[in-house]
Design a binder for this molecule. Structure first.
Ligand code: ADE
Ligand code: ZN
Length: 319
Protein backbone atom coordinates (compact mmCIF):
# COMPACT_ATOMS: atom_id res chain seq x y z
CA UNK A 1 0.00 0.00 0.00
CA UNK A 2 1.63 3.21 -1.15
CA UNK A 3 -1.49 5.32 -1.60
CA UNK A 4 -0.74 7.29 1.59
CA UNK A 5 2.73 8.34 0.40
CA UNK A 6 3.51 11.79 -0.95
CA UNK A 7 4.67 11.52 -4.57
CA UNK A 8 6.74 13.46 -7.08
CA UNK A 9 7.44 12.73 -10.73
CA UNK A 10 10.46 14.05 -12.63
CA UNK A 11 10.15 12.08 -15.86
CA UNK A 12 6.94 12.02 -17.86
CA UNK A 13 6.53 12.97 -21.52
CA UNK A 14 3.37 15.05 -21.90
CA UNK A 15 1.97 13.40 -25.05
CA UNK A 16 3.08 10.08 -23.58
CA UNK A 17 0.65 10.65 -20.71
CA UNK A 18 -2.35 11.13 -23.01
CA UNK A 19 -5.21 8.87 -21.88
CA UNK A 20 -6.34 6.66 -24.80
CA UNK A 21 -9.95 7.80 -24.28
CA UNK A 22 -8.93 11.44 -24.72
CA UNK A 23 -6.78 10.63 -27.76
CA UNK A 24 -9.70 8.78 -29.34
CA UNK A 25 -12.06 11.71 -28.69
CA UNK A 26 -9.50 14.10 -30.19
CA UNK A 27 -9.04 11.88 -33.27
CA UNK A 28 -12.82 11.78 -33.79
CA UNK A 29 -13.05 15.56 -33.34
CA UNK A 30 -10.50 16.10 -36.14
CA UNK A 31 -11.64 13.17 -38.27
CA UNK A 32 -8.24 11.46 -38.03
CA UNK A 33 -7.92 7.69 -38.43
CA UNK A 34 -5.88 6.73 -35.35
CA UNK A 35 -6.82 3.02 -35.56
CA UNK A 36 -3.32 1.81 -36.61
CA UNK A 37 -1.97 3.33 -33.37
CA UNK A 38 -4.87 3.00 -30.93
CA UNK A 39 -7.06 -0.10 -30.86
CA UNK A 40 -9.29 -1.63 -28.18
CA UNK A 41 -8.46 1.22 -25.80
CA UNK A 42 -4.68 0.66 -25.97
CA UNK A 43 -1.83 2.20 -27.92
CA UNK A 44 -0.36 -0.10 -30.58
CA UNK A 45 3.41 -0.55 -30.93
CA UNK A 46 5.79 -3.50 -30.76
CA UNK A 47 9.32 -2.20 -30.21
CA UNK A 48 11.15 1.01 -29.35
CA UNK A 49 11.13 2.39 -32.91
CA UNK A 50 7.41 1.69 -33.39
CA UNK A 51 6.71 3.13 -29.93
CA UNK A 52 8.37 6.42 -31.00
CA UNK A 53 6.35 6.38 -34.22
CA UNK A 54 3.12 5.72 -32.30
CA UNK A 55 4.00 8.58 -29.91
CA UNK A 56 4.48 10.99 -32.82
CA UNK A 57 1.19 9.91 -34.45
CA UNK A 58 -0.76 10.22 -31.19
CA UNK A 59 0.67 13.73 -30.74
CA UNK A 60 -0.89 14.77 -34.04
CA UNK A 61 -4.44 14.64 -32.64
CA UNK A 62 -3.60 17.41 -30.14
CA UNK A 63 -3.80 20.44 -32.40
CA UNK A 64 -4.69 23.60 -30.53
CA UNK A 65 -3.61 25.54 -27.48
CA UNK A 66 -6.82 24.40 -25.76
CA UNK A 67 -6.15 20.74 -26.66
CA UNK A 68 -2.78 21.04 -24.89
CA UNK A 69 -4.31 22.85 -21.91
CA UNK A 70 -6.84 20.03 -21.55
CA UNK A 71 -4.22 17.28 -21.90
CA UNK A 72 -1.96 18.93 -19.31
CA UNK A 73 -4.74 19.63 -16.84
CA UNK A 74 -6.09 16.08 -17.23
CA UNK A 75 -2.72 14.47 -16.44
CA UNK A 76 -1.85 16.78 -13.55
CA UNK A 77 -5.27 16.21 -11.97
CA UNK A 78 -4.70 12.46 -12.25
CA UNK A 79 -1.38 12.94 -10.43
CA UNK A 80 -2.85 15.21 -7.77
CA UNK A 81 -5.60 12.66 -7.05
CA UNK A 82 -2.96 10.10 -5.96
CA UNK A 83 -1.08 12.48 -3.68
CA UNK A 84 1.46 13.93 -6.13
CA UNK A 85 2.69 17.36 -5.09
CA UNK A 86 5.17 18.06 -7.89
CA UNK A 87 5.53 17.07 -11.54
CA UNK A 88 8.02 17.85 -14.27
CA UNK A 89 6.55 17.41 -17.73
CA UNK A 90 8.80 16.77 -20.71
CA UNK A 91 7.51 18.90 -23.58
CA UNK A 92 8.65 19.08 -27.18
CA UNK A 93 8.13 22.38 -29.04
CA UNK A 94 8.92 20.44 -32.21
CA UNK A 95 5.71 18.48 -31.74
CA UNK A 96 3.86 21.81 -31.60
CA UNK A 97 5.58 22.95 -34.78
CA UNK A 98 4.92 19.69 -36.63
CA UNK A 99 1.14 20.14 -36.35
CA UNK A 100 1.32 23.79 -37.37
CA UNK A 101 0.43 25.07 -33.90
CA UNK A 102 3.85 26.60 -33.29
CA UNK A 103 6.08 26.40 -30.25
CA UNK A 104 4.68 29.45 -28.42
CA UNK A 105 1.03 28.37 -28.61
CA UNK A 106 2.00 24.81 -27.70
CA UNK A 107 3.84 25.96 -24.57
CA UNK A 108 1.15 28.50 -23.70
CA UNK A 109 -1.51 25.76 -23.83
CA UNK A 110 0.58 23.58 -21.51
CA UNK A 111 1.13 26.51 -19.11
CA UNK A 112 -2.63 27.16 -19.04
CA UNK A 113 -3.16 23.50 -18.11
CA UNK A 114 -0.62 23.87 -15.30
CA UNK A 115 -2.37 26.99 -13.97
CA UNK A 116 -5.79 25.28 -14.06
CA UNK A 117 -4.51 22.18 -12.26
CA UNK A 118 -2.69 24.24 -9.64
CA UNK A 119 -5.84 26.30 -8.98
CA UNK A 120 -7.85 23.10 -8.47
CA UNK A 121 -5.50 20.93 -6.45
CA UNK A 122 -2.39 22.94 -5.59
CA UNK A 123 -0.07 20.66 -7.60
CA UNK A 124 3.18 22.33 -8.67
CA UNK A 125 4.53 21.60 -12.14
CA UNK A 126 7.47 22.70 -14.26
CA UNK A 127 8.45 22.05 -17.87
CA UNK A 128 11.50 20.38 -19.31
CA UNK A 129 11.88 21.27 -22.97
CA UNK A 130 13.21 18.34 -24.92
CA UNK A 131 14.90 17.85 -28.23
CA UNK A 132 14.22 14.58 -30.04
CA UNK A 133 17.28 12.75 -31.32
CA UNK A 134 15.39 11.30 -34.28
CA UNK A 135 14.54 14.82 -35.49
CA UNK A 136 18.29 15.49 -35.85
CA UNK A 137 20.90 17.73 -34.15
CA UNK A 138 19.70 20.95 -35.82
CA UNK A 139 16.19 20.55 -34.45
CA UNK A 140 17.60 19.75 -31.00
CA UNK A 141 19.63 22.98 -31.12
CA UNK A 142 16.40 24.75 -32.14
CA UNK A 143 14.63 23.32 -29.09
CA UNK A 144 17.46 24.49 -26.81
CA UNK A 145 17.40 27.95 -28.37
CA UNK A 146 13.66 28.09 -27.91
CA UNK A 147 13.92 27.10 -24.23
CA UNK A 148 16.72 29.63 -23.65
CA UNK A 149 14.88 32.45 -25.43
CA UNK A 150 11.46 31.80 -23.92
CA UNK A 151 12.39 33.14 -20.47
CA UNK A 152 9.25 31.38 -19.27
CA UNK A 153 9.45 30.81 -15.51
CA UNK A 154 7.75 27.43 -15.88
CA UNK A 155 10.45 26.17 -18.28
CA UNK A 156 13.23 25.10 -15.95
CA UNK A 157 15.04 22.26 -17.71
CA UNK A 158 16.34 20.83 -20.97
CA UNK A 159 16.38 17.18 -22.03
CA UNK A 160 17.31 15.00 -24.98
CA UNK A 161 14.87 12.18 -25.76
CA UNK A 162 13.97 10.08 -28.78
CA UNK A 163 15.99 7.46 -30.65
CA UNK A 164 19.07 6.88 -28.48
CA UNK A 165 20.70 4.81 -31.25
CA UNK A 166 20.78 7.87 -33.53
CA UNK A 167 24.07 9.76 -33.40
CA UNK A 168 26.34 10.15 -30.41
CA UNK A 169 25.89 12.45 -27.42
CA UNK A 170 28.67 14.72 -28.76
CA UNK A 171 26.45 15.54 -31.75
CA UNK A 172 24.08 17.25 -29.32
CA UNK A 173 26.69 18.98 -27.13
CA UNK A 174 25.99 22.43 -28.54
CA UNK A 175 22.30 22.19 -27.65
CA UNK A 176 23.23 21.41 -24.04
CA UNK A 177 25.75 24.28 -24.00
CA UNK A 178 22.96 26.66 -25.02
CA UNK A 179 20.64 25.31 -22.33
CA UNK A 180 23.36 25.37 -19.64
CA UNK A 181 24.25 28.95 -20.54
CA UNK A 182 20.57 29.90 -20.11
CA UNK A 183 20.63 28.49 -16.58
CA UNK A 184 18.35 25.53 -17.31
CA UNK A 185 18.65 22.25 -15.43
CA UNK A 186 20.08 19.47 -17.58
CA UNK A 187 18.94 15.89 -17.96
CA UNK A 188 19.37 13.44 -20.83
CA UNK A 189 17.93 10.08 -21.83
CA UNK A 190 20.81 7.59 -21.76
CA UNK A 191 21.35 3.96 -20.88
CA UNK A 192 17.83 2.94 -21.87
CA UNK A 193 18.06 1.44 -25.36
CA UNK A 194 21.85 1.78 -25.50
CA UNK A 195 24.27 0.36 -22.97
CA UNK A 196 26.61 1.74 -20.32
CA UNK A 197 28.76 3.56 -22.92
CA UNK A 198 25.84 5.91 -23.61
CA UNK A 199 25.60 6.88 -19.91
CA UNK A 200 29.37 7.46 -19.76
CA UNK A 201 29.17 9.69 -22.86
CA UNK A 202 26.30 11.64 -21.30
CA UNK A 203 28.35 12.25 -18.15
CA UNK A 204 31.48 13.19 -20.12
CA UNK A 205 29.82 15.51 -22.63
CA UNK A 206 26.81 16.99 -20.83
CA UNK A 207 27.71 16.75 -17.13
CA UNK A 208 23.98 16.63 -16.26
CA UNK A 209 22.66 16.64 -12.71
CA UNK A 210 20.18 13.93 -13.72
CA UNK A 211 19.91 11.17 -16.29
CA UNK A 212 16.69 9.81 -17.77
CA UNK A 213 16.74 6.05 -17.14
CA UNK A 214 20.52 5.43 -16.91
CA UNK A 215 19.64 1.93 -15.77
CA UNK A 216 21.96 0.15 -18.19
CA UNK A 217 24.85 1.67 -16.27
CA UNK A 218 24.47 -1.55 -14.29
CA UNK A 219 26.48 -3.26 -17.09
CA UNK A 220 29.61 -1.47 -15.80
CA UNK A 221 30.06 -1.33 -12.02
CA UNK A 222 32.91 1.23 -12.31
CA UNK A 223 30.41 3.50 -14.03
CA UNK A 224 27.83 2.84 -11.30
CA UNK A 225 30.43 3.94 -8.71
CA UNK A 226 31.15 7.05 -10.79
CA UNK A 227 27.45 7.95 -10.89
CA UNK A 228 27.17 7.42 -7.12
CA UNK A 229 30.28 9.55 -6.48
CA UNK A 230 29.04 12.36 -8.71
CA UNK A 231 25.61 12.29 -7.05
CA UNK A 232 23.92 12.20 -10.46
CA UNK A 233 20.24 11.38 -10.00
CA UNK A 234 18.70 8.64 -12.13
CA UNK A 235 15.08 9.09 -13.19
CA UNK A 236 14.16 5.41 -13.15
CA UNK A 237 10.99 4.23 -14.91
CA UNK A 238 10.73 0.49 -14.19
CA UNK A 239 7.37 -0.18 -15.89
CA UNK A 240 8.62 1.53 -19.06
CA UNK A 241 11.82 -0.53 -19.02
CA UNK A 242 9.91 -3.80 -18.75
CA UNK A 243 7.37 -2.80 -21.43
CA UNK A 244 10.22 -1.89 -23.82
CA UNK A 245 12.10 -5.11 -22.93
CA UNK A 246 15.14 -3.24 -21.61
CA UNK A 247 14.99 -5.93 -18.90
CA UNK A 248 12.93 -9.12 -19.13
CA UNK A 249 11.19 -8.78 -15.76
CA UNK A 250 11.13 -6.87 -12.47
CA UNK A 251 13.31 -9.50 -10.82
CA UNK A 252 16.18 -8.58 -13.13
CA UNK A 253 15.56 -4.82 -13.05
CA UNK A 254 18.58 -3.05 -11.50
CA UNK A 255 16.74 -0.41 -9.42
CA UNK A 256 17.48 -2.14 -6.08
CA UNK A 257 21.14 -2.77 -7.02
CA UNK A 258 21.65 0.84 -8.12
CA UNK A 259 20.14 2.14 -4.88
CA UNK A 260 22.19 -0.33 -2.87
CA UNK A 261 25.34 0.93 -4.64
CA UNK A 262 24.61 4.46 -3.41
CA UNK A 263 23.16 5.88 -6.62
CA UNK A 264 20.52 8.55 -6.04
CA UNK A 265 17.32 7.26 -7.67
CA UNK A 266 13.76 8.48 -8.21
CA UNK A 267 10.76 6.74 -9.78
CA UNK A 268 8.64 7.94 -12.69
CA UNK A 269 6.21 6.60 -15.27
CA UNK A 270 7.74 7.91 -18.56
CA UNK A 271 4.73 7.41 -20.93
CA UNK A 272 2.22 5.77 -18.61
CA UNK A 273 -0.68 4.59 -20.82
CA UNK A 274 1.72 3.48 -23.57
CA UNK A 275 3.39 1.19 -21.04
CA UNK A 276 0.23 0.13 -19.17
CA UNK A 277 1.39 1.90 -16.05
CA UNK A 278 0.83 5.05 -14.00
CA UNK A 279 2.77 6.87 -11.29
CA UNK A 280 0.45 5.17 -8.77
CA UNK A 281 1.43 1.79 -10.22
CA UNK A 282 5.16 2.65 -10.19
CA UNK A 283 4.97 3.46 -6.48
CA UNK A 284 3.06 0.21 -5.86
CA UNK A 285 5.69 -1.70 -7.83
CA UNK A 286 8.44 -0.14 -5.74
CA UNK A 287 6.88 -1.86 -2.73
CA UNK A 288 5.47 -5.02 -4.30
CA UNK A 289 8.00 -5.93 -7.01
CA UNK A 290 11.16 -4.53 -5.39
CA UNK A 291 10.27 -4.85 -1.71
CA UNK A 292 11.14 -1.27 -0.78
CA UNK A 293 9.86 -0.08 2.59
CA UNK A 294 7.80 3.10 2.95
CA UNK A 295 10.93 4.79 4.30
CA UNK A 296 12.98 3.76 1.25
CA UNK A 297 10.24 4.97 -1.11
CA UNK A 298 10.02 8.25 0.81
CA UNK A 299 13.78 8.62 0.42
CA UNK A 300 13.40 8.35 -3.38
CA UNK A 301 10.64 10.96 -3.29
CA UNK A 302 12.88 13.28 -1.26
CA UNK A 303 15.67 12.71 -3.78
CA UNK A 304 13.19 13.81 -6.45
CA UNK A 305 12.50 17.04 -4.57
CA UNK A 306 16.24 17.65 -4.06
CA UNK A 307 16.90 17.10 -7.78
CA UNK A 308 13.88 19.01 -9.06
CA UNK A 309 14.51 21.86 -11.49
CA UNK A 310 12.69 24.38 -9.35
CA UNK A 311 13.45 27.57 -7.42
CA UNK A 312 14.60 27.18 -3.82
CA UNK A 313 11.52 28.58 -2.02
CA UNK A 314 9.24 26.19 -3.96
CA UNK A 315 11.61 23.27 -3.28
CA UNK A 316 11.64 23.97 0.45
CA UNK A 317 7.84 24.14 0.50
CA UNK A 318 7.69 20.68 -1.12
CA UNK A 319 9.65 18.93 1.63
N1 ADE B 1 10.12 9.75 -25.79
C1 ADE B 1 9.05 9.35 -25.13
N2 ADE B 1 9.34 8.30 -24.34
C2 ADE B 1 10.67 8.04 -24.53
C3 ADE B 1 11.57 7.09 -24.00
N3 ADE B 1 11.19 6.17 -23.10
N4 ADE B 1 12.84 7.11 -24.44
C4 ADE B 1 13.23 8.02 -25.34
N5 ADE B 1 12.42 8.95 -25.85
C5 ADE B 1 11.15 8.95 -25.46
ZN1 ZN C 1 11.51 9.35 -21.22
Amino acid sequence: MTSHLKKVELHCHLEGAAPPTLTLAQARKYNIDISPYLADGAYVWHDFASFLQCYDKVSEVYKTEEDYALLTETYLEELAAIGTIYSELIVSPDHGKRIGLGADAYIEGVCEGIRRAKAKSGIEARLIVTGERHFGPESVIGAAEYAARAKNPLITGFNLAGEERMGRVADYARAFDIARHAGLGLTIHAGEVCGAFSVAEALDVVRPSRIGHGVRAIEDMDLVRRIADLGTVLEVCPGSNIALSVFPDFASHPLPRLKEAGVRVTISSDDPPFFHTSLKREYELAAEAFGFSDAAIDEMTRTGIEAAFVDEPTRQALF
